[in-house]
Design a binder for this molecule. Structure first.
Ligand code: MN
Length: 349
């Protein structure tokens, strides 16, 4: 299955130390034990699950960007960083499936490797299709017959509950071939994972956070899909209007002006077209409402176009592997990024 030991690696990787101050530098020494809080998805809302018994023990946390079915590259990257199951915590940032060649293989490998992770928008579509195809009497009986299934879906098109989604054939195909075991793994990925200690607060989420809301009030559809924040403060899926959500998030960091010298800050200016005071006032919510001492550092994916984005309090790790660019992993608390080159499997959107 997911044998990391004897697979020949044909890719070169880039291995570098981050040029900026990082989680451990800013927030104090890394801690040996962090509480792990999961935020489960129920409808469009998010609720914190009772996970106080879960602890992260001393070891590395590996945050991996969008894999999109790139199984070989994922396994090679894990081999390259010497992933140790049971000692390291492997956190996948969503979109395990979609666009790439091996969606089922990636889910099985994630499970075999003991990975945790968060749900991405492509994962979400596949999960919803799986549920629909298995609940609907007419589709359930023809899952193995692609042509027949297509006929039935065309026939019941008016009743498909996905008016707010694009119905992409690929997601239906992945869903109809998905085993119960794969479904159970994928559908149990929460919307967010929060690793928290006395001086540490790390959040894994697929797309981003609405800085106006505390963690348990985030909208699951938003945190799986947002890219920008509009002038009125609303999150948006597109990149056209407003500013990248992470620019806003970093601009409100209490650390942005005092703790770092200017040459180590990649992004310190508040975007010009956004009402600074409005955002600053509302954005204290994540910190204060959630009782945190400092602004959480957010690890996310979903934005291959902007690529690897390393800022004071946000780390964007979708570096477009499925488009022939890189698959990236951020290693905490060493604060290193390791990347693997990937062949292109999908046209750039
Ligand atoms: Mn995505």
């Amino acid at each position: 299955m997911s044998d990391l030991s004897d697979k020949p690696s044909l890719m070169k990787s880039v291995h570098f130390n981050l040029p900026i101050s990082s989680a451990t530098d800013i927030k104090g020494n890394s801690e040996n034990e962090l509480e792990v809080e999961s935020f489960e998805i129920s409808g469009s809302n998010i609720r914190a699950s009772n996970s106080s018994s879960t602890k992260y023990k001393k070891g590395r946390i590996l945050f991996v960007g969008d894999i999109h079915g790139c199984l070989d590259e994922f396994l090679d990257l894990m081999k390259k960083v010497g992933y140790r199951k049971g000692q390291d915590t492997l956190v996948l940032l969503g979109d395990l499936v979609g666009k790439g060649p091996s969606p089922h293989g990636v889910i099985r490998a994630a499970k075999d490797l003991g990975a945790v992770g968060v749900r991405g928008n492509h994962d979400d579509l596949v999960i919803r299709w799986y549920v629909f195809l298995h609940l609907n009497e007419r589709t359930r009986v023809c899952l193995d017959d692609q042509d027949k299934l297509g006929e039935v879906l065309r026939d019941i098109k008016h009743s498909l509950p996905y008016h707010d989604f694009k119905i992409k054939k690929e997601h239906v195909q992945i869903a109809r071939k998905m085993t119960k075991e794969e479904f159970d793994y994928l559908s149990n990925l929460p919307a967010m994972i929060h690793f928290k200690g006395n001086n540490t607060s790390l959040i894994a989420v697929h797309a981003g956070l609405d800085p106006r809301k505390k963690l348990s009030d985030q909208d699951s559809a938003v945190v799986m899909r947002m890219r920008n924040i509009l002038e009125n403060g609303e999150p948006d899926e597109k990149r056209k209007s407003g500013s990248a959500w992470f620019e806003i998030y970093n601009s409100i960091s209490p650390y942005s002006s005092s703790s770092l010298s200017s040459d180590t800050r990649l992004n310190s200016d508040i975007p010009k077209n956004v009402d600074e005071n409005k955002i600053r006032a509302s954005s204290n919510l994540i910190m204060n409402s959630d009782g945190l001492e400092s602004q959480p550092i957010v690890f996310y994916g979903h934005d291959a176009k902007r690529g690897l984005q390393i800022h004071e309090n946000t780390v964007g790790l979708d570096s477009g592997c499925v488009y022939g660019r890189k698959l990236s992993v951020y290693i905490y608390p060493q604060n290193e990024v390791v990347q693997a080159d990937c062949p292109g499997y999908a046209p750039v959107e």
